[in-house]
Design a protein around this ligand. Structure first.
Ligand SMILES: C[S@@+](CC[C@H](N)C(=O)[O-])C[C@H]1O[C@@H](n2cnc3c(N)ncnc32)[C@H](O)[C@@H]1O
Length: 218
């Protein structure tokens, strides 16, 4: 045992990714169709999907809230980890993305277990009941993350799982005075997460860095 952590080099990351459960042919086809439809290829990686599924299964989650549906890749991934009684409510403000996701969700093995809520996360989240979800995943516009966090803390049940993508700000989180507003927003958000007493949390170095936190009991 050692207190010293081994930095995750590109080589080590490729090693772990190659040894993680891979996506199935349905999700591979979804990605091909999304590229053909010119939907941006900014979905989570297979290893992040595996990590999120394992956490949701360990948690025994049934109800998940997501901000940022895109093509439905992460929503389908998460729904598969919840069992037949589970449901994902996923928020998307681009109709083109929501249309694509709804079609692929309807053709998936988790059809009927995912609801796409159309609109801006800032407007849709306030309509969701307190303590009505076991887990939340935020993966949308970075300027909204602090607002989404506040809503998710209200929506999560005690002990609920909070996951937030892009903690490494596309690899630029250590930049000083970045020009990119999204990078600045993530830098600020990371400080908010680190100081958030309502969560026990850490950044897992998977994908672009994924915050994982557990909501403390009141
Ligand atoms: C990174 S993608 C989500 C990827 C998806 N979670 C996955 O891994 O399969 C971000 C999505 O958030 C959507 N989005 C951006 N700003 C939003 C907002 N204010 N409210 C709702 N959705 C938003 C974008 O249109 C885009 O589809």
């Amino acid at each position: 045992m050692s207190e010293k952590s081994e930095p995750v080099s590109a080589e080590l990351y490729a090693y772990l990714a190659a040894r993680t459960s891979q996506e199935d042919s349905f999700l591979a086809k979804l990605k091909l169709a999304a590229r053909a439809a010119e939907i941006p290829s900014i979905w989570i990686s297979p290893e992040q999907a595996a990590m999120m599924q394992i956490l949701l299964k360990l948690k025994g989650a049934r109800d998940v809230i997501e901000v940022g549906t895109l093509a439905g890749y992460s929503a389908i991934t998460m729904a598969r980890a919840l069992g037949p009684a589970g449901r994902v409510r996923t928020i998307e403000f681009e109709d083109r993305h929501a249309d694509f996701a709804e079609k692929w969700i309807a053709d998936s093995d988790v059809a009927g277990r995912i609801q796409v809520l159309r609109g801006d996360g800032r407007k849709v989240l306030p309509e969701i009941a307190d303590e009505s979800a076991d887990a939340a995943f935020v993966d949308a516009d970075k300027s909204g993350y602090a607002t989404y966090l506040q809503h998710c803390l209200r929506i999560l049940r005690p002990g609920g799982l909070m996951m937030v993508d892009n903690a490494f700000a596309f690899g630029s989180v250590l930049e000083k005075d970045p020009e990119d507003a999204s990078v600045r927003a993530i830098q600020d958000f990371n400080e908010t997460m680190a100081a958030c007493d309502e969560l026990q949390s850490l950044i897992l170095p998977i994908g672009d860095g994924c915050w994982v936190g557990v909501k403390r009991d009141a």
